[in-house]
Ligand binder design. Structure first.
Ligand code: ADP
Ligand code: MG
Length: 631
């Protein structure tokens, strides 16, 4: 299929040669690398047999950084130089890192004016991109050692919620690690590929990803051999950690432990809770042993019934995003054919049972939920590297938040609505607001709300040199284009002159899953109020337009064309409009505009007449001049 060629340039087809390719799941906690060998996709272990590589880098003064298990052991003794969870700050600004409460224990410093957070280590200041590059480098080395050759390209997975900045940062990290990125792929899409859903019947599938701290649901559609992500939703603060907490709280009540227990005691309770939870995945009961502070040993037992009672509300909470994703996709559960489970928490029988009940069919659980994403990425990498010429699968993704531009009145005009499949290009026409306006500012926005104030600013640029025209005469076409990796470019063209200006959104670093969540939630909560505000702002902009035009006219010829009492009446109406436009009474503004238009009607007529008169006079003068010239 021709569309496949939109994948990155630089990959030349050598038909009879096997190009080494790998899929990388670059995770918050753990990362994996997988590859297709003898037609089987499998994750690649390190020399000790570990498949998971902890996403941790330990920096030292004079030697290369340690990555993974080797780095993990320094987390307690040298925390400031042992960098973990860097995925949480990929593509985010220093301000976000300081305020969003990720509470990462590092020493953050600013990178000269760029706003990108740097982590101070003994090996120098490291950006999240550099730390990720070190992790990718370790995976690359593992793959090249195991596969015995140089990787021609990789597919790296990212959360479906990753925005432009986060995707760009991930790509930068890969470049820094010397990897050729064939494509960034959404994690849920990779999971669907791992189960070979692309080889099955056409239909709509749900990917349910419940990990330690986050929940993601994605709705995918397979249509004519093409995979498309129809919708995504989630909860960035819901996962196995919540289950550990609620079990630990129950333990405290059982063992009569005070609420103000010491930190180490709570730590231990959480560990006991987690172990018991995981034990119940395969056992009938889980033994409980707690060393109390007074030296006494408390013993008990956790049963499925007891645990289910505690955790059911949390499992129940995943239904809300599921419903939202279905709604965004315009579907009901009946439309879903297959459900794929991803993330460690989906190992729990209760989770499988509840998910099965919600979607009314048993979910796919055969592939290890930790490895499923890397395996899907490997399969996709193998195809993109040109090893399966007959396979013509193209994966599409969606943009997580609407993209648009700022218009008059501080309003946002959406150009590409969220959940639109990418790649996509959309255009919309705009015009000038004032007579003789020679420049227009394009402010690129992201978000669901109606006001600029409530959305996120992505970039600004200007289109300058527009020839002076009357307001509304210029036609400025603004084109938004999002490529297969979710990166945005915006162009503005004045159609009558061909004047052109564009920007590739070098995204301002700084947005995380929870921000997207919040922005979506806000937009739902404020939907009504936003519509009201939009109507008001639009009315105010209209008032400004009328006021501007009238003032210009009065200045030009008000004194010639108007009688004294007319002039006064119009000025009074103008003052009236100026006053009500500052308020919030939409109806009053509308009435004031109507009134002004009514009483200036004959003035407008006179202006028109006088303009025609002048034009005719000018015409005859020209002719006269012409004649004299020839004379
Ligand atoms: P993340 O993607 O958020 O890093 P993972 O997908 O690795 O998280 O899932 C980690 C979570 O899965 C933890 O809460 C862990 O307790 C849970 N988990 C792992 N194995 C099991 C199991 N056998 N039974 C129940 N929960 C499990
Ligand atoms: Mg995960």
């Amino acid at each position: 299929m021709a569309l496949l060629q939109i994948s990155e340039p630089g990959q030349t087809d050598a038909p009879h040669q096997h190009n080494l390719a790998a899929g990388i799941d670059l995770g918050t906690t753990n990362s994996l690398v997988a590859s297709v060998r003898s037609a089987i996709a499998e994750t690649l272990p390190d020399q000790e047999g570990h498949h998971l590589l902890p996403s941790i880098v330990y920096y030292t003064k004079n030697s290369a950084p340690l990555v993974g298990h080797a780095a993990k052991q320094f987390a307690n003794t040298d925390p400031l130089n042992t960098i973990a969870s860097v995925k949480r700050i990929m593509g985010r600004g220093l301000k976000d890192v300081k305020t969003t409460g990720t509470r990462l224990p590092y020493h953050f410093v600013e990178n000269e004016g760029q706003g990108m957070p740097m982590i101070r280590t003994v090996a120098g200041d490291k950006s999240p991109v550099q730390v990720s590059a070190d992790i990718l480098n370790a995976l690359k080395k593992r793959a090249q050692d195991t596969l015995d050759g140089k990787l021609s390209g990789v597919v790296i997975t990212v959360p479906a919620y990753f925005d432009d900045a986060q995707r760009q940062a991930t790509k930068d990290a890969a470049t820094l690690a010397g990897l050729n990125v064939l494509r960034l792929l959404n994690e849920p899409t990779a999971a669907a590929v791992a189960y070979g859903l692309d080889k099955g019947a056409e239909g709509v599938h749900a990917i349910y990803d419940l990990g330690g701290g986050t929940f993601d649901i994605s709705i995918l559609r397979l249509h004519r051999g093409v995979f498309e992500v129809m919708a995504t939703a989630g909860d960035s603060a819901l996962g196995g950690d919540d289950l550990d907490r609620v079990i630990a709280q129950w333990l405290m009540r059982q063992a009569n432990i005070d609420d103000d227990a010491e930190h180490h005691q709570i730590r231990e309770l959480l560990d006991v809770a987690r172990t018991a939870k995981e034990t119940l995945t395969t056992q009938e009961t889980a033994p409980l042993n707690i060393q109390l502070d007074d030296g006494i040993q408390w013993q008990g037992e956790l049963t499925h019934e007891q645990m289910n009672e505690l955790i059911d509300p949390f499992i129940q909470k995943t239904r809300l995003p599921c419903r939202r994703a279905l709604r965004d996709a315009g579907l009901t559960v009946e439309d879903i054919s297959e459900i794929v489970m991803v993330g460690g928490t989906t190992r729990m029988p209760r989770v499988r049972e509840k998910v099965g009940a919600f979607f009314k069919r048993p979910p796919h659980v055969d592939i290890d939920p930790d490895k499923v994403v890397a395996i899907g990425a490997a399969i996709q990498a193998d195809i993109l590297a040109g090893n399966k010429p007959d396979d013509d699968m193209l994966l599409l993704d969606v943009i997580p938040l609407s993209l648009g531009i700022e218009t008059m009145g501080g309003l946002v005009e959406k150009i590409i609505p969220r959940n639109t499949t990418i790649p996509v290009a959309r255009a919309q026409d705009f015009t000038t607001f004032k007579d003789g306006q020679t420049a227009i500012a394009i402010h690129v926005m992201q978000g669901e709300r109606e006001l600029v104030l409530d959305c996120r600013s992505l970039a600004r640029f200007e289109l300058r040199g527009i020839p002076p025209m009357v307001a509304g005469a210029a036609r400025i076409r603004v084109t938004f284009q999002v490529d297969a990796d979710g990166l945005l470019s915006v162009a503005a063209t004045e159609e009558t002159t061909g004047l052109h200006s564009e920007i590739t959104v070098k995204p301002s670093y700084g947005l995380q899953d929870s921000d997207i969540e919040r922005m979506l939630k806000d937009s739902l909560e404020h939907a009504q109020e936003d519509v009201a505000t939009r109507t008001l702002r639009e009315q105010q902009v209209e008032a400004d337009r009328v006021i501007n035009a009238l003032r210009a006219a009065l200045k030009a010829d008000g004194h010639f064309l108007l009688k004294q009492h007319e002039f006064l009446e119009i000025n009074a109406a103008l003052d009236d409009l100026l006053r009500v436009k500052e308020g919030t009474d939409i109806h009053a503004i509308k009435k004031a505009i109507e009134h002004l238009e009514e009483i200036t009607q004959s003035y407008a007529q006179r202006r028109m007449d006088s303009a025609i008169h002048r034009a005719m006079k000018g015409h005859s003068v020209d002719k006269f001049t012409e004649k004299t010239d020839y004379a």
